[in-house]
Design a protein around this ligand. Structure first.
Ligand code: G3P
Length: 218
C-alpha cells in the first residue's frame, strides 16, 4: 500500500518524507488555506515546492466547477511539474473533465467520493485515483472502511486501473483497516502515520534491552 500525507504543511511533509516511506502528498483548498497560502501565484509556487520535495504524486485541486474552467486549471496545474496529479471533484462536469484529462495524459485524482456508484463513474472516466473520504463517512454514521472494501471489490470485478486512495483518515487503525480492505493508497495526517509506530511493549522491551546491555558493560 502506498502512503501519502494529507497536508500542505512543509514541515510535516519533510518529516514524513525523511522517514523514507512517503509515496506522495494530497492537498485541498482547506489544507492550503490552513497554511495561510494566499493568491494564485503563491499557491502555484507552493505546489512546485512540494513536488520538488517529494518528487511524485502531488495532488493539487481545481477550484472551478464547470468543464471549461476545470480543463483550463488542469492544463495549468499539470504544466507546473511532472509530479502533479489534478484533483477533480465528483460532480457532473468533473466526470467530463476526468475523461478529458485521461484522453490528454493528465493524471487525476477524483475527490469528494462517498459512494460506490460515484467510484464506478470515476473509474469509467479514467481517473488515476479515486478518493473516498472514509472519516467523513464514519462521521455520518456509515462505515467508511466498508465503502473501501466495496470499491476494491467492484474494481477487481472489472480490472479497473483506477487506484483506490483512502482519504479523510483520522487514526492509525483506519490505515490498518484500509490495508486489510485492499486500498491501494492511504492519505493520512502525520499523526496517524506516526501513530503506527506506537506500541507499549516496544517501549518496555527496548528499555529492558538497554538496561541489560548497560549491566553487561559494568
Ligand atoms: O484528502 C481529503 C481529506 O483532506 C479530507 O479529510 O479530515 O477534512 O475529512 P478531512
Amino acid at each position: 500500500m502506498k502512503f501519502f500525507i494529507d497536508t500542505a504543511n512543509l514541515q510535516q511533509i519533510k518529516e514524513a518524507n525523511d522517514l523514507g516511506i512517503l509515496d506522495g502528498v494530497t492537498t485541498n483548498p482547506s489544507l492550503m488555506a490552513k497554511e495561510g497560502i494566499k493568491g494564485e501565484e503563491n499557491i502555484l509556487k507552493h505546489y512546485v515546492t512540494i513536488c520538488e520535495m517529494v518528487g511524485k504524486n502531488v495532488s493539487a485541486e481545481v477550484i472551478s466547477t464547470d468543464f471549461d474552467g476545470m480543463v483550463k486549471e488542469a492544463k495549468k496545474l499539470s504544466a507546473l511539474h511532472p509530479a502533479i496529479v489534478v484533483k477533480i471533484p465528483m460532480i457532473k462536469d468533473g466526470v467530463k473533465a476526468l475523461k478529458w484529462c485521461s484522453d490528454n495524459n493528465i493524471k487525476t485524482n477524483c475527490t469528494l467520493v462517498f459512494s460506490a456508484g460515484q467510484a464506478i463513474l470515476a473509474a469509467k472516466a479514467g481517473a488515476n485515483f479515486v478518493s473516498p473520504f472514509i472519516g467523513r463517512v464514519d462521521d455520518s454514521n456509515w462505515d467508511g472502511v466498508q465503502l473501501i472494501e466495496q470499491i476494491v471489490h467492484i474494481y477487481g470485478n472489472y480490472g479497473y486501473k483506477t487506484e483506490v486512495l483512502a482519504a479523510s483518515i483520522r487514526n492509525p487503525l483506519h490505515i490498518v483497516r484500509c490495508a486489510e480492505a485492499g486500498a491501494d493508497v492511504c492519505t493520512c495526517p502525520l499523526s496517524s502515520i506516526m501513530g503506527l509506530l506506537k506500541h507499549p511493549l516496544t517501549d518496555i522491551g527496548l528499555q529492558q534491552f538497554l538496561e541489560d546491555h548497560k549491566k553487561s558493560q559494568a
